[in-house]
Design a protein. Sequence first.
Length: 376
Amino acid sequence: MMKNRLLTLTLVTGAIVFASCNQSSKNKEMVKQEIYGTTQGKEVYMFTLTNKEGNVLKLTNFGAKINWIEVPDKNGNKDNITFGYDTFEGTITGDKYFGAVVGRYANRIAKGKFTLDGVENNLPLNDGPNTLHGGPAGWHSVVWNAEILKDSKYPAVKFTYVSPDMEEGFPGTVNAEVVYTWTDNNEIVMDYKCTTDKKTVVNVTNHAYFNLHGAGNGDILDHVLTLKASAFTPIDSVMIPTGEIRPVAGTPFDFTTPHAIGERINEQYNQLILGKGYDHNFVLDNIDPVDVTVYDSASGRVLEVITDQPGMQFYTGNFLDGTQIGHGGKPYNYRSGFCLESGHYPDSPNHPNFPSTVLNPGDTLKTQTIYRFSVR
Ligand code: BGC
């Protein structure tokens, strides 16, 4: 469902626009901006953020995507651990969601319909009977404005996008912003801000896929997950929450203590069958300082996720089938990556018992999620 109407491919070979060094710290710490290509009549850039440890985060303003996260294993060997592409063409025509900021409404809205103040809003359907990830032309597929934040303590880039009134069926003009900061502690800090001029609904997330062995190196079933969520939201046959908030205790969804992702994934538990694996929103306890920890004993890499959001979509790459060829020519196979999408619960606009996703004029939605990398 790629939006051909907006697509014009211009391939640019490695033109460096400018480099910005952060003078307040060591020289190694910097942001480099290169032209990546042109689409929708706008320039697309690749930003390379290098922290004091010499670790690299690459971001593009197409979909405000994370394209590369290079961090060491326990022996100090560095590798990229997220899904993405080496070329502009790959980024534009490949999987829509790898590393993207998803909006205006991340995850599903049942039948593409919701009502605000008695008015029914109709959205384009792009996932069977439902709307997924803001619709086919959601925020993952647009060119954001970009600015290197020169006064930031750490390498940082700000992406902004003005989402017009009725874009993909949503009322209100929304001003969206995400700042990515790459700290010397190997944390990607994502600060989102949204305002609107009319009552609307907003749910933002980042859709990065991770494989702590290195992206494209086997599956993620041996990764050990701890997810501080005492409940999850069960889904129906088209992956819409039924409205139930079900305790995880005694189910294969209990990751409150560490379990390998693959340990129970093939159990004949109805929710795992409906999701084709894990593809569910977990109701975060929001008590522990770290909401999610993923550990890969082979590499020693650890990913921690810290968020102020109420939910976490844990998705085990059940729809990956090896057709996407990413960095270094490696295919992204079935269950070779997982996502931890912080956010509100799916289909919240149709579930009054879920935390509200309504954004009113005059209010600012502010939310932060951190991906932190380390070794054990
Ligand atoms: C959804 C999956 C979907 C994927 C698309 C996830 O957020 O939960 O069902 O296939 O996004 O990349």
